[in-house]
Design a protein around this ligand. Structure first.
Ligand SMILES: Nc1nc2c(ncn2[C@@H]2O[C@H](COP(=O)(O)OP(=O)(O)OP(=O)(O)O)[C@@H](O)[C@H]2O)c(=O)[nH]1
Ligand SMILES: [Mg+2]
Length: 441
């Protein structure tokens, strides 16, 4: 992490396109631009796109638009320059090369956003939201990232931190004036304040599960006996003929993974080999893979053939019994109460099945139009640690321990919550967060 040097990168994805964007940031950004860019009529005016050309040894490389953003009014808070050139795999790389030759260094993944954070342009949860925006794969994930970018999570973490800071301040007063002792009424109100902070942490923690669903999607295992119609069900959910379907039991051997966006939520569906005892070594490996898929799944769709006498499985948590082929069972008689009757052939019952899948995975909460801002795994760990420190502080206060001791616990909680927005950062956290960005962001 050094912001003394000037970095550059291509910020658009590689490939052919109408335009590509090259970014330069750091103290030398504007001088470096001036060395490679020849303006058509006038020198670049801050924040106005200027037409000109990139030249190498007098020969034109491309006609481009250049914009300069003098510090501090830029994304990174440093001097920045942007060059919009024509898209193309070689062209943008060639212009970047010319810029690097003038003394810029190739940027690391996420380094522009890291600099923005270090220069106080955005706090950590917003920097993370930038990455969530880029990697969002469903409309709901996109909305959640946009809410986080507005600061929903960061503001709540700051409010919790302010609450704990107030408690610490009260305790410090008692430490400084021990002769006063802890007045029982004040001690009571302190406990109430700690419990209020604990409640706010708990409600933020309650968004962790939906946060995981939004960011990573729901892993669904489609399992059941051979020939039940598992592959047909996968195809119907995907809306395309992805997996081979045949009347021969044991058609699917390997696991087949595909993602489907259902009502705004990403479902990572895995079709598996029919579960049965077999001597065929390939099929046996398929069955072993199916069992592993079940272990790793967030949700299991247990598919049975409703048109035959099927064995009703003992359902585990987050397992849905799907009775397929109801088109062959007039009136849908004999279906167990827990089963959702569907036909992968006609599509009957699929709205109900998707509804049940959302219900089982907090997707129904997400699609109900409430706030989508939710904590990520990093925030979750920090909040859990803060919650346990608050709990310890409460126990210490209740047992009449001298105020110094609960104060240590409260400061630990303060530090943990502070790390969410980066008020108490370490190099380690920064590398962990920004290393997952793409280059040029
Ligand atoms: N009538 C009817 N036939 C279906 C339905 N779903 C699947 N089938 C038929 O059932 C047979 C088996 O379907 P698959 O989807 O291959 O079944 P599977 O569970 O993946 O089978 P394995 O991969 O062998 O374990 C095929 O002939 C399908 O056309 C359905 O809803 N209605
Ligand atoms: Mg199959």
């Amino acid at each position: 992490m050094q912001s003394g040097d000037t970095i550059a990168a291509i910020s658009t994805p590689p490939g052919e396109g109408a335009v590509a964007l090259i970014r330069i940031s750091g103290p030398g950004a504007i001088e470096i631009l001036e060395k490679v860019f020849e303006a058509e009529s006038h020198l670049p005016v801050p924040r106005r796109a200027t037409l000109g050309r990139i030249a190498e040894n007098g020969a034109a490389v491309d006609q481009v638009l250049a914009t300069v953003f003098p510090a501090p009014a830029s994304y990174t808070g440093e001097n920045m320059a942007e060059i919009g050139c024509h898209g193309g795999i070689l062209l943008a790389a060639h212009i970047l090369e010319l810029i690097l030759r003038q003394g810029a260094r190739a940027a690391e993944p996420g380094e522009f956003t890291q600099r923005a954070y270090l220069n106080g342009k955005l706090e950590l949860t917003r920097a993370e939201a930038v990455m969530d925006l880029i990697s969002a794969r469903t409309p709901l994930a996109l909305r959640a990232a946009a809410e986080q970018l507005q600061g929903r999570i960061g503001e709540e973490a700051d409010a919790i931190r302010a609450g704990i800071l107030e408690i610490v301040a009260h305790l410090e007063a008692w430490i400084d004036f021990p002769e006063e002792g802890i007045d029982p009424a004040a001690g009571e109100s302190l406990l109430t304040m700690i419990s209020a902070a604990g409640d706010r942490i708990a409600s933020l923690l309650a968004t962790a599960e939906s946060g995981r669903v939004l960011r990573e999607g729901v892993r669904v295992a489609i399992v059941g006996p051979p020939n039940a119609g598992k592959s047909s069900l996968l195809n119907r959910l995907l809306g395309m003929e992805r997996a081979i379907v045949s009347p021969i039991p044991g058609t699917t051997r390997d696991t087949i993974e595909e993602a489907a966006c259902l009502r705004g939520i990403l479902f990572r569906l895995t079709d598996t080999a029919g579960l049965r005892e077999t001597t065929d070594p390939v099929e046996r490996e398929g069955v072993a893979r199916a069992r592993r898929t079940i272990e790793q799944a967030d949700l299991v769709l247990h598919v049975v053939d409703a048109s035959i006498d099927f064995q009703e499985p003992a359902l585990r948590e987050r397992e849905i019994l799907v009775a397929n082929k109801v088109d062959l069972v007039p009136g849908g008689e004999r279906l167990p109460a827990a089963a959702i009757g569907v036909s992968s052939k006609t599509g009957e019952g699929f709205p109900e099945l998707v509804e049940a899948m959302l219900r089982e995975t907090c997707g129904s909460h997400l699609s109900a139009g409430q706030s989508l801002a939710s904590v990520n795994a990093r925030h979750k760990t920090l909040l859990e640690s803060a919650a346990s420190s608050l709990k310890a502080a409460t126990a210490l206060l209740e047992s009449g321990a001298p105020p110094e001791i609960p104060a240590i616990e409260l400061r630990t909680a303060l530090d943990a919550v502070g790390r969410i927005t980066g008020s108490a950062d370490t190099e380690e956290i920064l590398e962990e967060i920004f290393g997952r960005f793409c280059i040029g962001k």
